[in-house]
Ligand binder design. Sequence first.
Ligand code: M6R
Length: 369
Amino acid sequence: EKGGWPSFMAKEISEDPEAIENTIRGRFHEGRVTLPDLDALGEGYFREIDRIIIVACGTAYYSGQTAAYMLEKWSRIPVQVELAHEFRYRDPVVDERCLIVSLSQSGETMDTLMAVRFARERGAKTLSICNTQGATIPRESDAVVYTHAGPEVAVASTKAFVAQIAAIYLLALHAAQARQTLTDAEVAHILAEFETIPDKVREVLQHHDRIRELANWMADTRSVLYLGRNTGFPIALEGALKLKEIAYIHAEGFAAGELKHGPIALIEPGQPVFVLVPSPRYDDTLHPKIVSNIQEIRARGARVLAVAEVSDAAVLPIADEVFTVPPTDPAFEPLLHVVPLQIFALELSTAKGLDVDQPRNLAKSVTVE
Ligand code: M6R
């Protein structure tokens, strides 16, 4: 069933484009999102709520953190993202004006299920974003939007991650339409770009061979750092999680702005650092800051592995390796930027001769608290 791939994880990364494509298919028409799945929340629901809390664990938590930027920006509803197992133990403010969005590939994660049950008891409505039809969390939620990533077998989650972000974007646009926080033209423009993303992910997948070479060369690496800003921050955290899980390498993700507040002390000659570089075309504030972060770590000997837009002339001369992504709207950059990090973890695990699909100490679905 691996379809000629050496591991399920390799196959599933190659399916990132279809995971996005199948999740958005049929869910917008003529420049508007249509999500009948949300009707169960009630007529006018998105105009009545004043808060959204996303609950999830692991990779699903990072997809929530990533997508929360656009959910809040487009809908103008304040969004919080919480680890499901922290959420219900801190007596949070949850009431009927608050929507709880749970993210879970399996729909069986006990920590996430318990957070959903807790929120329902407090009177909040619950929306499940899930990849498994009929699983426990969607069954116990008021509404469900399925991601259509297809079955994910490898313990390390990859295609479900991009599908979750795509699903939250649909939710965000649905809420923006209901609350009129985006114009029709803005929604249509975003959807037109959204449709191009699967093919842009396919372009990024073309770097696989070069990333394999890099990983083979780095098989003895003891530690890898990841830096990003804005949506690049949770992508950095996700890249680090992938590496820990399947390559058993110490890895940490940082918000690049935090560097000077501590982590830069870690940089010594030869330290590999992945840097997620936002497009210079849209952003005249973030891009120069990331470039100066690269200069700071480079001056201390870091080996800079950049993920940057194809035409980014500022990054080429200051990075040791650049994995390029095609131009897109900044909202969609995380869907392109995560791909080289997924491939890197896969190939480093492979280079170390490890079991990519079944890493030690981990289970695909964590059904205990
Ligand atoms: O099935 P879920 O999405 O609820 O699982 C949540 C986490 O256990 C899961 O994402 C885990 O972190 C993965 N092993 C990450 O690759």
